[in-house]
Design a protein around this ligand. Sequence first.
Ligand code: HSE
Length: 321
Amino acid sequence: MKAIKIFSPATVANVVCGFDIIGLALDFPKDEIHLYKSNHPGIRINKICGSSLPKDPNKNVAFVALQFLLEKYQQKQKFHQKNDQDEKIGFEVELIKNINPGSGIGSSAASAAGVVFGANILLGNPFNNIQLIRFAMEGERIASGTAHADNVAPAIMGGLTLVRSYQPLDITRLHAPNELWVSIIHPQIEIKTSDARNILKRKILMTDAIRQWGNIGALVAGLYQENYALISRSLEDVIVEPIRSILIPSFYELKIRCKEIGALGGGISGSGPSVFMLSKGNQTAKKVTEVMNQVYSSLKIGYKTYTSPINQEGLKWIKIF
Ligand code: HSE
């Protein structure tokens, strides 16, 4: 097999209380990536459609993530002495971006996770998911200044994921009830993840930490019990949201109005500017999305909305030739 097409999902990082540790994958929107393996060494980003992402290799998250994978693959080959000479391997990449960069729903993660996932398949699956997440995290480092895993992990593993530890990297899937739906609004304003991280406090109060880890534990319990009242109560962030919410117009009005119509709760998607809400069932989620539209239609800011179930499978691929 020489070429595959990959569908790489948008993701919601943090999921309110789980800053840098919890994330979920969406069914919609998705990027499409075409990846070709060749024996012409090097990585070439041949085409980027739907956005003006840098083709300059060292600034392109797909390139950086893929380069990490390729280096590790070649080290592995040498270690196992599979060849006397360096195997000549290269990749050609085409990115069709449907997830807007800077939206807060994992655009850079979709590119980084998508290419390493695809390359792994084309190379005969030499790497496991944790290794792929580590390569994709290097792409995130380029995009945001920090190698966080809470977008790339759900993109690769699907569903809801939890980073128990970064060193060593220890990531697990969480139960994601099928009835859990996500409403998203993406206001067309720019918030750089690096800026949204720089404004956060370096130290937090013990009382806030206690409340936050109570919420994280209860959110996980609520997911496993499919206890929607407990999920709803746990969707609270006393550490990050109070600081970042000032960057998002009408943030609290959105939250209040969405909860009034039946949303379980929600907050900033990743570092924003997108805001997401979780609901039980498709019908409620659609009403919540409609309320998001109403709140933003009175503001002079462009926006996009999406309604999606949780994507249980993560990345998908098909063979081209
Ligand atoms: N956990 C990261 C943050 C996600 O909130 O900064 C960025 O998409």
